[in-house]
Design a protein around this ligand. Structure first.
Ligand code: PLP
Length: 419
């Protein structure tokens, strides 16, 4: 309660802006994940890894726009690419100058994406991948995992209102090898695909067990279903995505977030013979329109980001930094005796009010929400912006100084969190 009061007192301008927005958008909100009580902050600007809010506070941006902000704010190389694209005309109504080059850059990184198509968001990429899996297999069922998030219009858990649920879903438990193996065999000839994040991101940065993911590869193949890796968040966890780290080749992959250089982005792709269902030169092909699928700002920013900024060595360095940060924070928390743990892989992590790392989203049910909030508000007060649910995603401009400062803040606060 004290932390919330301090927050209110420190942020009158963000509060006023929220009150005004409430007259215009339901709850003052157009993006549910950004909502929290008593009112969310309004950020006014960002440079590098720093953000400035409406009341003039500055923060180190450890949220990284829920992983889409990997390049940080106003990266000069990306800004220049966008500037050039604007100067050359943004609504060409045709194939543009850079989309094939961008597709090639993506395919070079993710060779399982033999052919790919662009969308405007990760959600759309998943919607299309699921539709494709059904079309290609002639089957109706889609297996998803409890607590998974694959996009704003794809809401799975039975407890929530199913918005726009176009598929016949079968649920299974993440990281439960035997139950899932059986569920795949049971669904057998009706199963079009299994869609899975190799590490659940929104679900709490919960890594998939390699044995679990390998089982999915084997069992889907055995029943003739497709394996779809949603790498919208995880593609940053290795130069070739988490699939290359794991040595697993999915049939289809979906991408999103940072790959568009910070612009609206999504893509789906995979085995050539499956993706060819979208080839408009073939009779009976699947249609996939979308005015902004190949918008020149995304194509230019994404191409510059992937080829000039996010070299394989930059990815390795970013993830090594994240790995070290997570280890250090966990060491501080355990030394202080706080019931908090940071889960994740490399540059993606989530702090949880739990004694041990979660294996599946259901393990978060017992987490103390008030402790989660306390950590969030304490870190904000100390100048660190994270997600209310504890997600942190490193960006390229974050260096040793920012990580050291975060570890120092956690060290100062941890005794209070343990009390
Ligand atoms: N899939 C995963 C794993 C995600 O984390 C997200 C977004 O958080 C999406 C899909 C949806 O992407 P978008 O927000 O671009 O629609």
């Amino acid at each position: 309660a004290d932390a919330v009061e301090a927050y209110r007192a420190a942020n009158p301008e963000s509060h006023a802006r929220h009150e005004r927005a409430r007259q215009l958008m339901p709850g003052g909100n157009t993006r549910t994940v950004l909502y929290y009580t008593p009112f969310p902050l309004t950020m006014i600007s960002g440079t590098g890894c720093r953000l400035k809010d409406a009341d003039g506070h500055t923060y180190v941006d450890f949220l990284g726009e829920f992983t889409a902000g990997l390049f940080g704010h106003s990266d000069p190389v990306i800004a220049e690419a966008i500037g050039q694209a604007v100067a050359n005309g943004v609504n060409l109504g045709s194939h543009g100058p850079q989309e094939a080059a961008f597709a090639e850059a993506i395919k070079d990184r993710f060779p399982s994406m033999e052919l790919l198509r662009f969308t405007n968001s990760g959600t759309e990429a998943n919607v299309l991948a699921l539709a494709l899996a059904k079309h290609a297999t002639g089957r109706g069922k889609v297996m998803v995992f409890e607590g998974a998030y694959h996009g704003g219009t794809l809401t799975f858990p039975a407890s929530e209102v199913p918005v726009n649920v176009p598929h016949d879903y079968v649920f299974s438990r993440f990281n439960d090898v035997e139950a899932t193996r059986q569920a795949i065999r049971d669904a057998g000839p009706d199963l079009a695909c299994v869609i899975v994040e190799p590490m659940m991101g929104s679900g709490g940065c919960i890594p998939g067990d390699p044995a679990f993911l390998r089982m999915l590869r084997e069992e889907t193949e055995a029943v003739g279903a497709l394996l779809v890796f949603d790498e919208v968040m995880t593609s940053r966890l290795g130069p070739g995505g988490l699939q290359s780290e794991l040595g697993i080749r999915p049939d289809l992959t979906t991408l999103g977030k940072y790959i568009g250089g910070g612009m609206s982005f999504g893509a789906f792709g995979g085995r050539a013979e499956i993706m060819s269902h979208f080839d408009p030169s073939r009779s009976g092909s699947l249609p996939h329109a979308g005015t902004f699928n190949n918008n020149v700002l995304t194509m230019a920013a994404g191409l510059a980001g992937l080829t000039k900024r996010l070299t394989p060595s930059a990815i390795l360095e970013l993830n090594a930094r994240g790995e070290a940060l997570r280890r250090r924070i966990n060491a501080v928390l355990s030394e202080a005796g706080a019931d908090l743990v940071v889960s994740g892989i490399g540059s993606l992590m989530n702090i949880h009010p739990l004694g041990t790392e979660p294996k599946r989203p259901g393990d978060l049910a017992g987490a103390d929400q008030r402790m989660r909030d306390l950590v969030f508000f304490d870190l904000l007060e100390d100048g660190f912006y994270t997600a209310r649910r504890g997600l942190m995603a490193l960006s390229l401009p974050i260096g040793d100084a920012e990580c050291d400062a975060l570890v120092a803040a956690v060290t100062r606060r941890a005794p209070r969190w343990a009390a």
